[in-house]
Design a protein around this ligand. Structure first.
Ligand code: MG
Length: 384
């Protein structure tokens, strides 16, 4: 039996992890499920998978889950502190971090500190604490891969790099779908609605990341993620718009050969890769039919229209506390957009304002990151 801790089990990634586990024949024992407020969904999951623990970050929801599971031998814990600590359980083979947002960082660090393998879908861990994650990887990586990326682009690059040495690598090329506004002009973006922004052409994901795809902040965060994950300069990370989302990313070698990883857009493939790693087994995902697909297109991103992408490159290059502010300001701005408090094009404006107003710190430790994160959230609340 392999013991798994699944953080964020009711979210889009978490639910798909469970779907993949139902499909594969490995013996996975799910030791921990966690959620914030999704009482009904986690109750259903707990009754099916019988974990040792359920953690709800929201205390009121925890009470409700406790009632629902009172005749089960399942411990129900509550609060962010419990979420951070739960990854320290003994005899765990894999932690999958499917949390959304900055809350994912401490569980990531605690998992790596313990030397346990981590399947990472929480890109914010690397965006705001990349230097801390990298430090731990250098300390604990004993020749085997301890950090396995689930984000589809990074999963693709991870796989492609397996076949090559770092000195052979010239560039990595992250593909972006361009989101629902790929073919709209800057002017058109002035009057887009929440419904328009949530209507992603290729990927079905949670609301926050879908808005991030519409602004292309998602790709910006992924550029920073790639910088830390693969220890590579920002000058060597390119973004290309590929509306079909068939190529999940590419690497270019110094002899100008380009390697691409292709499949239908479905997160279950990278999830299965991480669960089966280092083996590759019969896939749950649908087969890509190249003849039916027929067309693969590539465009340069419009950095004026997608200002968030530009802001992310700038914040990443400056490093230190800049990406922390970028991420927190974006999280609040996206929430405000979803509450119809601000317009779509105000998202980058607000982030820019926060970046320009904060006092830069070069190598923030975990406490400082949390401080800067909450300063930014308060600042953006005020600005809105
Ligand atoms: Mg991605």
């Amino acid at each position: 039996m392999n013991n798994l801790i699944l953080l964020g089990s009711t979210g889009s990634i978490g639910s798909q992890v469970l779907e993949v586990i139902d499909f594969i024949d490995d013996n996975w024992n799910i030791e921990v499920l966690t959620a914030n407020k999704s009482v009904d969904k986690i109750t259903e999951q707990a009754l099916k998978y019988k974990p040792g623990y359920v953690v709800m970050t929201d205390p009121k929801s925890a009470e409700q889950v406790r009632l629902n599971l009172q005749d089960q031998k399942i411990k129900v814990l509550s609060g962010t502190k419990e979420l951070n600590e739960i990854v320290k359980l003994d005899n765990i083979d894999l932690v999958i971090n499917g949390l959304v947002g900055a809350v994912g960082l401490i569980p990531t660090l605690n998992t790596l500190n313990k030397g346990v393998k981590l399947g990472l879908a929480n890109k914010e861990s690397l965006v705001i604490g990349g230097h801390l994650v990298q430090e731990r990887l250098k300390e604990y990586n004993k020749g085997e891969d301890i950090l396995l990326p689930i984000d589809s682009e990074h999963n693709a690059i991870f796989r492609l790099l397996k076949a090559h040495e770092k000195k052979e690598l010239k560039n990595i090329i992250l593909t972006a779908s361009g989101g629902p506004f790929c073919h709209k002009s800057y002017h058109d973006l002035k009057k887009v609605s929440i419904k328009d922004a949530l209507n992603h052409p290729n990927w079905e994901m949670g609301n926050k990341i879908t808005i991030d795809s519409a602004t292309m902040m998602n790709k910006g965060l992924e550029v920073i993620e790639a910088h830390w994950l693969f220890d590579i300069d920002y000058d060597k990370i390119d973004v290309v718009i590929h509306p079909q989302s068939i190529i999940h990313s590419m690497i270019e070698l110094i002899d100008h050969s380009i390697y691409a990883e292709m499949s239908l857009p479905d997160m279950k493939m990278p999830i299965q890769y991480v669960l089966e790693y280092p083996r590759v087994k019969e896939g749950i995902g649908q087969k890509l039919n190249l003849i039916k697909q027929a067309k693969l297109e590539f465009f340069e991103p419009d950095y004026k229209k997608f200002e968030c992408l530009q802001l992310a490159y700038q914040a990443g290059r400056k490093g230190g506390s800049f990406p922390v502010v970028l991420n927190a300001a974006n999280e609040v701005a996206v929430a405000k957009f979803l509450e119809e408090k601000i317009e779509f094009l105000e998202i980058p404006k607000i982030i820019k304002k926060a970046l320009n107003s904060h006092r830069h710190i070069k190598k923030p430790d975990i406490e400082t990151i949390i401080e800067i994160d909450s300063w930014t959230r308060e600042y953006v609340e005020e600005v809105v």
